[in-house]
Design a protein around this ligand. Structure first.
Ligand SMILES: [Zn+2]
Length: 254
């Protein structure tokens, strides 16, 4: 498989001959509002950086899209404008399906624990977008496991903190490759919304054989963890060979 990290949580995965677009946020730098009030009191508009390649290149030859939830750092107006309206889109639930269909998309499917796309098995996994009362604001999200006889197993955890649902997915599917959303994004209240560095370390300890790719770094204004700080932490723990922190535009082949 090839994992091409684009920006924030947007990733293009080439898997068993198919091209999969994950959580497309395709807007130009600074054209979306800031998440406010953010923990760091950053009021910078989003996204913080431009795309490393053109929108046309990102959506070229995509077979299907996985949208983990509809926050605008995962599904934005530019994704709506750029993607062909008949493209296959997998979503977590009926609410997200109806909203995406309202934008004109005609081929939206709700993931189950036993979905598929051709020969690729798609298993919906649990995810939890924070801890405690902030979940009422953050809402629902799901992760995804991809399996194919000729490929390693890939687990895309999506916007989730470390909690028993992630451990369950690791135990059940024993993924070889795990994409985690780091960045420790936070509003001024309510605590973490995605993984912090300790969470990433917990995932590594739970499945030390897996290679981890940390996405959702420095893409939007409410992040509190930088790539530099995360890399220092990984270095201290001696796990830089198991946990990759891609720059925007960087790719890996597994
Ligand atoms: Zn997010």
């Amino acid at each position: 498989m090839k994992i091409h990290h684009i920006r924030n949580a947007t990733i293009v995965v080439e898997y068993a001959g198919k091209k999969i677009l994950v959580d497309p946020m395709l807007s130009d730098k600074g054209t979306l509002p800031a998440f406010i009030p953010s923990k760091t009191w950053s009021f910078k508009r989003n996204p913080l950086y431009d795309l490393p390649i053109s929108k046309a290149e990102i959506v070229k030859d995509i077979d299907f899209v996985f949208v983990s939830h509809l926050h605008y750092d995962h599904w934005d107006k530019e994704a709506v404008n750029t993607l062909p309206k008949g493209i296959k889109i997998f979503v977590q639930d009926l609410a997200d399906q109806l909203k995406i269909e309202k934008s004109g998309f005609t081929n939206v499917e709700i993931l189950t624990e036993n979905s598929s796309y051709g020969e690729i098995k798609l298993n919906r996994t649990k995810a939890q977008h924070g801890k405690g009362y902030i979940l009422r604001i953050a809402g629902f999200v799901c992760g995804l496991v991809l399996k194919h006889p000729t490929e390693k197993t890939l687990y895309i955890a999506a916007d989730t903190v470390w909690y028993e649902g992630v451990l369950e997915a690791l135990d059940q599917y024993k993924p070889d490759i795990v994409i985690l959303n780091g960045g420790d994004n936070q509003f001024a209240f309510g605590g973490q919304l995605v993984m912090n560095k300790e969470d990433i370390y917990e995932v590594h300890k739970a499945i030390p054989s897996a290679t981890i790719v940390v996405s959702h770094m420095e893409g939007v204004n409410h992040h509190t963890l930088t790539r530099k700080d995360l890399k220092e932490f990984l270095n201290e723990k001696g796990i830089t060979d198991k946990v990759n922190v891609p720059e925007d535009g960087e790719s890996y082949i597994f």
